[in-house]
Design a binder for this molecule. Sequence first.
Ligand code: ADP
Length: 348
Amino acid sequence: MPTTTTIGPTQLLIDGQWVDSLEGETFATFNPATEEKITDVACGGKADIDRAVQAARKAFETGAWPEMDARDRGHLLYKLADLIEENADELAALETLDNGKPLSMAKAADLPLVIDCFRYYAGWADKIEGKTIPIRGNYHCYTRHEPVGVCGQIIPWNFPLLMAAWKLGPALATGCTVVLKPAEQTPLTALRLGEMIVEAGFPAGVVNIVNGFGEVTGAALVDHPQVDKIAFTGHYETAQIIMRNAAQTLKRLTFELGGKSPNIVFADADIDAAIEGAHFGLFFNQGQCCCAGSRLFVEESIHDEFVARLVEKTNAQILGDPFEAATQQGPQVDQDQYDKILSYTASS
Ligand code: ADP
C-alpha cells in the first residue's frame, strides 16, 4: 500500500456524527492490486438504516435543508466542490487504493468529473422553477417543484466517488435529504466525502452514509417506509429486486443500469481514430463502465485488418500497479468480476 494514502473515516455517518454500527459489525475492504486488506469499515444493519432514515427525515421535516434559502444550498454544494478540489490528489489515491483504477485515470477523469458535477448541481439549486398556467376565470394558477423527501441512494463500485456525486448532487440541489449506501467493494471515498460534507457545514442529517452489503443494508433502505425514493445504479437483476421490494411502499425509483453499447465502423472511417475509440470504449476503467463499448460491428471489407490492429493495440496495453505512472490498466475490482469476465470470454 502506498504510504502516502490516507484512509479517512471508517464508521457510519448518521445525523452528522461518526458512529459504529449498533451491532458492532464491520467488514474488510481490499486493495484489488495486491488483495491485501486495507482496513475494516463499519457495516450498517437494518437498525442503522433506520437511524439514518430517521435523521434524514428530521432534516427534511424540520426544514433544515428543503427550506434553507436555495442560494445557501447552492453555496454549500460549491463549497463541497472546492474542498474536493483542494483534496483531489488524496481522494484520487484513495479511489485507486480501494478500486484499483490507475491513479492517472482517477486524477484525469474521476476527480474532475466529481468536482464539475457538484458545481453543475450547485448552480441548479436556485433555478428550479414552476409554471404559471392561464386558466379560465380570475385565478392565479401555478406549479411549484417540491423536493421528493428522503432519498435512498445505492451505488456501485466502478466509479465510487463519481457515482456518489451523480446521486448526491441533484438530490441535494433540489432540497432532498439522503441516505447513501456505497458499494461493499469500495466504501472508502464516500466516507472521506462525508467528512468533507461535515466540514463544508451541511446541516446534520442531510447526508447520511451507511456502508454494508446489498442484500441487508441496501434492502433495508429499499424496504424502509419513511424513504420516499430509491435511486440506484447497478445490475439490472438487482434493479428488478429493488423494483419488486419498493412496490410494497410505493416508492419512486430512478435506475441507471448497464448496457452492451455497440460501436459501428464503416470502411471509409478514419481507421486510426476508430481503433483508438473502440479500444478506449471497451477498456477504459478496466472495461467496468455501464456504457462500455463491448460490441463492435465492423464492415466486412476492413474486418480482418481492423481486428488485427485492435488486438495488437490491446496486447500493447501496459497492465500493472495502478499507482505506477506508466500503468494503463489496473486490476478488476475483485475476484468475482475477474471470474465473470473470464466466463464471458470463455463462452464467446
Ligand atoms: P454489480 O453487479 O455491478 O456489483 P449490483 O447491482 O450487485 O451490481 O450492486 C450495486 C449496488 O447495489 C451495491 O451497492 C450493492 O450493495 C447494492 N445491492 C445489491 N443487491 C441489493 C438488494 N437486493 N437491494 C438493495 N441493494 C442491493
